[in-house]
Ligand binder design. Sequence first.
Ligand SMILES: Cc1cc2nc3c(=O)[nH]c(=O)nc-3n(C[C@H](O)[C@H](O)[C@H](O)COP(=O)(O)O)c2cc1C
Length: 223
Amino acid sequence: MEYDEVIKTRRSIRGYLDKPVPKELIREILELAMRAPTSLNSQPWNFYVVTGDVLDKIREGNVERNMAGVPDSREFRMGPAYDGVHRQRQIEIAIQLFEAMGIERHDKEKRMDWVLRGFRQFDAPVSIVITYDKALAGGDIPPFDCGGVVNCIVNTAWSRGLGCVINSQGIMQSPVVREHAGIPEDQVIQTCIAMGWPDDSFPANAVVSKRKSVDEAAVFRGF
Ligand SMILES: Cc1cc2nc3c(=O)[nH]c(=O)nc-3n(C[C@H](O)[C@H](O)[C@H](O)COP(=O)(O)O)c2cc1C
C-alpha cells in the first residue's frame, strides 16, 4: 500500500477473525515501527506481545475485576475529565459506533456488553502491551515517544492487512496485565494495542471517524 492510502483508509478495528497472526509478521511490523523518532533517540519503549492462554487470562482478569468494581489502576495521570469540544468529539464517535452496532442509548445491557468487549481486547487474537523504562518515569517525553511508535505500529499493521485498536481499556487493570504478560517492575505500562485480521462483517469496523479541518488546527505565520 502507498503511504497516503494507509493513512486515509486506516481505522480502528474492534471485531476480528478467529485467525492467528504469525509471530514473524508481528516482528516485521515492530521492526518497521521502531524506526519512529524518539527524544534523544532514547527508544524508551518495550513491547509485550501476548496471545493464546496468556491473553485469555488477561481478558478474564480484566472483566472479573471491572465487574467486581475494582477501581482503575492505570500507570499514568488521567488529567481532567473531557469537557466542551473534546467531550463532544468523544460523544460523536460513540454515537457512530453505537449506531453501527445497533446499540440504543438506553440499552444498558448492550452498552455494558460493548464496554466488556473493550476489557476483553475486543477478542483480538493478539495484544501488544507498550511499556517504557521506569527509570524515565515522571517526565512527559517517554509517553510521547510511546505515542509515536504506537501510531507507526497501527499504520504498519494496516499496510499488511492487519487491523488494530489502541485500547486504553485493556490496561485499566494494570496489575492483571503485568502479572500475566510477565512485565517486570522496571517497566511502566503505557497502553496496549489489540491486533488481528479485521472481520469485515463486524459493523463497527466500517465506522470512519471525523477530523477537524487543518484550518481549525493549524495557524500559519509568515507565509
Ligand atoms: C490513547 C488512545 C486510547 C484509546 N483507547 C480506546 C479504548 O479504550 N477503546 C476504544 O474502543 N478505542 C480506543 N481508542 C481508539 C479511538 O477511539 C480512535 O482512535 C478514535 O476514535 C479515532 O478513530 P480511528 O482510529 O478509527 O481513526 C484509543 C485511541 C488512543 C489514541
